[in-house]
Design a protein around this ligand. Structure first.
Ligand code: ADP
Ligand code: MG
Length: 594
């Protein structure tokens, strides 16, 4: 076979395969060009999901007819003035987008440079370019892309329905609009206005909703040449996918692995692994410390010092969350209020309050918003109970101001603590709250002096299946650092000699097999340190005050005081809230007093 050079149309079609995957990617390239051209208003119009028509109009610098001719040639760019790939300040730099789009569609560019007297238009059809002709147009540029992929039918077949393509287009425009708040963006689908973001509209709030604004905290951090700022949701406000995560590096929307992992790590012990926080995060790095030329659509980046960036982002997020550590999602309270409304039909007579199974927190957690929150007023208080109930007792002293979680007044269903605060009332899930406390304390012990141990009066023997036993035995020295001293016992059991002091009243016959299961899921070559949070979570879950355990008022108050002192006590290890709050105003609303 003889070797030949490919012709330029073919080369451009090949490039288009990488750069222009679908209408949304064409729009991304065109809008980025408008941004680079200094536009302050960018209007996008599409028809049929962008397949038959895409039009992007801007009021940017425009192009002269000479520029127009060059712009559609491969590797022609006005950016990269000093040819330094490590000092890129524009969004574009490859000079690939226009020739790629021109090679696979019918492209028409109308443009008028700022100081020019008239506009010019240039057409490219399937890679064939016509000479520029005079046209009429105000200042700026309009690019029309018709019949995208008509020249590459194979790619055309991969297009999804217009509504799916529209979703992708909305997503990319949202991202670009968030990154450029000083530009007015709009999107029309035919006659229908889909997006409109004038300057001054908070795009993050517009995209993620008012609830996000209420359930998020500000992130602001700086270290050497790194800067991170943005807004991130508190852990109890989460989603089942990462679709609410908007990440930017130097004003460029990215879907970057390193950053996604940093987010994951920052939330790892605040959220179950199948739930995702929502956020808009803007990372600024000095241009020479980041390589943006690693992905054809520039969606990924590579940092010179990735460990440092990762650590920085994790710390910044943790610090922000620490500040919001006691908050729990307002949506929970709102749902609860809705359920309290007198118009709601009374709950089914039985069981009015299904008891939570003892192992509820070790099984697959059903989380956050999807879990209907039910506070059902007890239908009766048994006489025995009511005599000792604090409801009957002498009027209690009002809760002191510094007790943010108030004073315990009652325990209901042996599962929930009701406390009176200065501003209203709080219902605490005793198991979830205690689990969090034990977990945070163990974490602190591991990080500081090491886990305090105590010897069991009578060593306990736990039988294990062979496979689990092998895994546990292989981890004995590591388990010791977590305060668990085990030794092999016979052929299919371990003997427990010492345990962490914090693990109080634990059923080891359940805990050790659970731990073994967890070890089975882990890569043998990875140290337990890497999985510390999972392991501690498992231990904490087993040691917690179970739902269904009767607590005295002083015990409940002690729990509330500990919660006040413990970071992240507003949610359990799976991202569920540990308590919900009804403000006095909420209660008054329920009774029509407001
Ligand atoms: P790149 O953006 O990587 O330079 P493109 O193929 O996207 O490559 O664009 C080629 C050139 O065309 C740009 O460098 C720019 O000079 C010019 N250009 C494209 N779109 C516009 C626009 N909307 N306004 C002004 N100039 C533009
Ligand atoms: Mg470009």
């Amino acid at each position: 076979m003889t070797i030949r050079l490919l012709d330029s149309t073919l080369i451009n079609q090949i490039a288009a395969g990488e750069v222009i995957e679908r209408p949304a990617s064409a729009i991304k390239e065109l809008v980025e060009n408008s941004i680079d051209a200094g536009a302050t208003k960018i209007d996008v119009l599409i028809r049929e999901g962008g397949r038959t028509h895409i039009s992007v109009t801007d009021n940017g610098s425009g192009m002269t007819p000479e520029d127009l001719v060059l712009a559609v040639d491969r590797h022609a760019t006005s950016k990269l003035p000093d040819g330094d790939l490590f000092n890129i300040r524009s969004l574009g730099f490859r000079g690939e987008a226009l020739p790629s789009i021109g090679a696979v569609s019918r492209l028409s560019i109308t443009s008028r440079a700022q100081e020019a007297e008239s506009a010019w238009q240039l057409d490219v059809e399937g890679g064939a370019k016509s000479p520029p002709a005079p046209a009429s147009f105000a200042i700026g540029t309009r690019i029309d892309v018709r019949d995208l992929f008509f020249a590459t039918p194979a790619r055309l077949k991969f297009l999804k329905s217009p509504s799916t393509e529209l979703t992708h287009i909305v997503d990319i425009l949202n991202r670009l609009a968030m990154a450029h708040p000083t530009i007015h963006f709009s999107l029309k689908d035919g006659d229908k206005q889909v997006l409109n973001y004038p300057v001054g509209v908070d795009r993050l709030a517009a995209v993620l909703g008012a609830e996000f604004a209420e359930n998020s905290c500000q992130v602001q951090a700086e270290r050497e040449t790194l800067r991170l700022q943005g807004t991130t949701s508190i852990p109890t406000f989460n989603r089942s996918s990462a679709s609410g995560q908007y990440l930017f590096v130097n004003g460029r929307p990215v879907k970057d692995k390193l950053l996604s992992i940093a987010v994951r790590v920052a939330y790892q012990d605040l959220l179950s692994s199948n739930r995702y926080p929502l956020m808009g995060l803007f990372l600024e790095v000095s241009p020479e410390d980041v390589d943006i030329n690693v992905h054809p659509a520039k969606a990924e980046v590579r940092f010179r010092d990735s460990t440092m960036v990762r650590g920085f982002v994790i710390n910044a997020l943790r610090q922000a969350l620490q500040g919001a550590a006691h908050r729990t999602s307002t949506t929970m309270t709102e749902e609860a209020i809705v359920r309290f409304q007198p118009s709601t039909p009374p709950p089914m007579p039985s069981p009015s309050f299904p008891p939570r199974p003892a192992n509820a927190y070790t099984s697959q957690p059903r989380l956050g918003l999807s879990r209907p929150f039910t506070i059902v007023t007890p239908t009766y208080i048994p006489l025995e109970e009511s005599r000792t109930s604090p409801f009957m007792t002498a009027p209690a002293a009002p809760p002191p101001e510094n007790f943010r979680l108030g004073l315990a007044r009652a325990q209901i269903h042996d599962t929930y603590i009701v406390s009176e605060t200065q501003e209203g009332l709080i219902v605490v899930d005793q198991h979830a709250a205690h689990e969090r406390l034990v977990y945070e304390r163990m974490k602190a012990e591991v990080a500081h002096k090491g886990v305090k141990r105590q010897a069991l009066l009578i060593p306990e023997i736990v039988d294990l299946p062979q496979e689990s036993l092998t895994r546990v035995l292989a981890r004995l020295p590591e388990l010791q650092t977590l305060g668990l001293i085990l030794e092999p016992f016979g052929k299919n059991a371990v003997l427990i000699r010492e345990t962490p002091v914090l693990l109080d009243r634990v059923n080891y016959q359940k805990l050790i097999p659970d731990l073994a299961d967890e070890l089975l899921e882990m890569d043998e070559t990875v140290s337990l340190k890497e999985h510390l949070h999972e392991i501690l979570s498992t231990l904490a879950c087993h040691t917690s005050i179970r739902a269904g355990r009767r607590l005295s008022i002083p015990e409940m108050d002690a729990l509330l005081r500990q919660m006040e002192e413990t970071p992240h006590s507003g949610q359990c290890n799976h991202g569920r809230p540990t308590y919900v709050e009804l403000k006095r105003a909420d209660i008054e609303k329920l009774f029509g007093r407001r």
